[in-house]
Design a protein around this ligand. Structure first.
Ligand SMILES: Cc1cc2nc3c(=O)[nH]c(=O)nc-3n(C[C@H](O)[C@H](O)[C@H](O)COP(=O)(O)OP(=O)(O)OC[C@H]3O[C@@H](n4cnc5c(N)ncnc54)[C@H](O)[C@@H]3O)c2cc1C
Length: 377
């Protein structure tokens, strides 16, 4: 029999979104381990940043927002972002005593039968009033299906397995995808590969100039709109365009950013288009993004016919006990910060009813939401 714990709120995932949630819970008076618990499947701190390739140095990360309540200062731009941010997250968890439990993977969340959620994990069961799901996307790389994929004799890998450009030295490489990761891979690999080919489904849109707050808000609003209609969220780049950097301008001049439309199939020795053109390749790198890692929520049947989960604010429309943070419009470091705050605000219990006319004292609330019960306001 698994050990069964009782807690008010379970936070699944300790990346930016989960830690922001935990911080705001603490600020609201929730005690870690007593009122809430943070479960993370990874063996150490850092969320998805733990896995980012070594050449993605801190200086090359654009627009990383520090977690609430503790600035990230003095970081060396030349150090891998995985080390800088992993170290920062570790210090953060310590500073606020968040007591993240790891490695603990949430395997399934289902009805407990008494109004609570039953959170089944690799290390016991938690019964909780609410779940804040902050499991990110890194664990669900998206590989599109193309004819001939199984025939290709070279190597196929995804961004999730990319470890830097060295292994592509002397290879002919096809990079698939129109996002920031694809462009970063391409620029690095072009330095060492024999040949690179870049293919994307839609022509990439390059964005000149700074990404100001207004454009940021517009981009978030577009993703929000999809999520509100129960559609799977789009990547942020698909609505913001690719920021044109100096390195990209140089790569463009050198012909590295010459983009071809998506191929129609893979062959044993490369990729081919419907018009009969073929390009020989040793490696196909799928920089085709990630999907939200939400399989463990399947028993709750939150998905809409459109394939996405409809949320209002952070709350799942089909089950108000569940909040999704770092999902869709909040899938950025700043979005994750805000979503954590918003989820905690929504989790607060509704105010107690006005004091009855008899003057009988009403019970003092214990810690916000310490007892099990229906989801808050
Ligand atoms: C290559 C790349 C570069 C990026 N660069 C930037 C940038 O420059 N600026 C920016 O703002 N954003 C950037 N982003 C986006 C940003 O990293 C994310 O939006 C943000 O960090 C996500 O935080 P998160 O907490 O939602 O997810 P994650 O950081 O992925 O954290 C999720 C956590 O949940 C855990 N987990 C997963 N499943 C389970 C489970 N079943 N049970 C328990 N734990 C689980 C994971 O182990 C992980 O620790 C980038 C993304 C990528 C892929």
């Amino acid at each position: 029999m698994p050990v069964v714990h009782e807690v008010d709120v379970v936070v699944a995932g300790a990346g930016q979104a989960g830690l922001s949630t935990a911080y705001h819970l603490r600020r609201d008076g929730y005690e870690p381990e007593r009122d809430f618990v943070v479960l993370d499947r990874a063996p150490g701190p850092g969320g998805a940043w733990r896995h980012r390739w070594p050449t993605l140095t801190y200086g090359r990360v654009h627009g990383m927002h520090a977690l609430p309540g503790m600035p990230l200062t003095g970081a060396d731009d030349d150090r891998p972002s995985s080390e800088v941010i992993g170290g920062y997250f570790a210090a953060y968890e310590d500073a606020f005593g968040l007591r993240v439990r790891r490695p603990v993977a949430v395997r399934a969340v289902r009805e407990a039968g008494d109004g609570r959620l039953r959170v089944e994990t690799s290390d016991g069961v938690w019964l909780a009033r609410a779940l804040v799901n902050a499991t990110g996307t890194w664990d669900r790389p998206f590989w599109p299906r193309y004819p001939g994929q199984e025939l290709f004799r070279g190597r196929q890998l995804h961004t999730a397995q990319y470890a830097g450009p060295e292994e592509f030295a002397g290879r002919r490489v096809v990079v698939v995808g129109g996002g920031t990761s694809a462009v970063q891979h391409l620029l690095e690999i072009a330095e060492v590969a024999t040949a690179t080919t870049w293919v994307t489904r839609r022509p990439p849109v390059f964005r000149e100039g700074p990404f100001d707050e207004e454009r940021g808000r517009e981009a978030v609003a577009l993703v929000e709109e999809r999520v509100r209609h129960g559609l799977p969220p789009q990547s942020v780049v698909s609505v913001t365009g690719l920021p044109m950097t100096e390195a990209m301008r140089r790569a463009e001049e050198a012909g590295v950013l010459r983009r071809l439309p998506m191929f129609d199939r893979l062959t044993p020795t490369g990729v081919a288009w419907a018009d009969g053109t073929e390009t020989a390749a040793d490696t196909v790198l799928w920089a085709t993004g990630f999907r939200a890692a939400l399989d463990h929520l399947a028993p709750l049947r939150l998905r809409e016919p459109g394939g996405g989960i409809r949320v209002e604010g952070t709350r799942a429309v089909r089950d108000p006990r569940v909040h999704l943070v770092g999902y869709g419009p909040s899938a950025s470091t700043i979005g994750a910060n805000r979503a954590g705050r918003e989820a905690v605000r929504a989790l607060r219990r509704p105010p107690l009813p006005a004091r009855p006319a008899t003057g009988r004292p009403r019970p003092e609330p214990a810690l916000a939401g310490a007892a099990p019960g229906p989801a808050g306001a």
